[in-house]
Each structure stands twice: as C-alpha cells, then as structure tokens.
Ligand binder design. Structure first.
Ligand code: ZN
Length: 172
C-alpha cells in the first residue's frame, strides 16, 4: 500500500492511535480486575508512566505497542517506506526511553513486566498470555521468574538499542 501521508499527518494519526486507554490496555486491565487485582493506571509520577501499577505486588506493567516500541520481527512493526529514517530514529528513541525507564524502575525496587501488544491482541495467544501475566504478577515475588531479567543484564550498556528491546520485554 502506498504511503500517502506526510510525516506530520502520520505523526498526528499515530498520536491518536497511541492515546491512553487503547484497546490492548483495556483488555489487560479488565482481565486483571476480573481476577480481583486492584491497580492504578497511567501513573505519571513513575518513570515511563507505567500503564498499570500494582502497588501491593510492587509491580508495574507496560503494554507496549509493537510499532511504537519497535517489536523486532513482528508483523505489526513495519516501517513506512516513506521517511524510513525518520521513523527508524523516532522508534530507536522510544526504545532507548523504554530501556531507561525500565532500569530506573528496577533500581527503585519495582518489578517491571513489559508485554507486547500482539501477545494480547492476537486472539489465539490472548488467553494464555493473560493467564501467564496474572501468574507472573501474583507469583512468589522473592523468586526470580521467566518474567524478570537480572539487573546484570539490564545494566549491560554496550548493546545496540535493538538488543535492549529484546532484553526488557517479557515473553508471555
Ligand atoms: Zn508484536
């Protein structure tokens, strides 16, 4: 499909898509609520404004859009043919910011769970992904799980941005 939008138009369009209370976030929230979890949303006082904050579990959850957060190899992450460099740069900046806020949150003692949008939006994966997310939240917080990277991994700074992205997202 031809890319007919100017960068400005596309930017406005994408900004609208990115607005809070997007569908994947709502799906996750509703699910967690139905499981009896209580949380705060879009907490701007914490690094990166986490989508969901579960204070009781000292856990924050981000639901990252595959385009904006650069989900490598994902069908939802396709750079527009026009102004490809512009988009590549913009998304690299987002990835760097995600990395920084993940590190800051972890240093402040939060457990950070970053979920890709496609794990929630793809119907075939949704139920299992949500169940795993719930298990990760309520699981033994003292124990290292599949959903946590070690701080050592997080603090390796010699990696390119793309590697950060792979390191900070949780496979669910
Ligand atoms: Zn994806």
């Amino acid at each position: 499909m031809a890319d007919v939008m100017t960068p400005e138009q596309r930017s406005r369009c994408m900004a609208a898509i990115r607005s809070k209370d997007t569908k994947p976030e709502m799906l996750v929230r509703k699910f967690l609520f139905s499981k009896g979890l209580r949380y705060r949303v879009n907490n701007r006082k914490l690094p990166g404004s986490p989508d969901i904050v579960l204070k009781k579990y000292r856990t924050v959850v981000f639901i990252d859009g595959c385009f904006w957060h650069g989900h490598e190899g994902c069908k939802y992450y396709r750079l527009p043919k026009t102004n490809e460099d512009f988009w590549r740069h913009k998304i690299a900046m987002n990835i760097a910011r995600d990395y920084a806020s993940t590190v800051d949150l972890r240093l402040a003692g939060w457990r950070v769970i970053r979920v890709w949008e496609c794990d929630v939006m793809t119907k075939a994966k949704r139920e299992e992904s949500l169940q795993r997310l719930y298990a990760a939240i309520v699981g033994n917080t003292g124990k290292s799980t599949l959903y946590e990277d070690s701080s050592d991994t997080m603090l390796m700074v010699a990696e390119p941005y793309a590697s950060y992205a792979r390191n900070i997202h949780n496979k669910i």
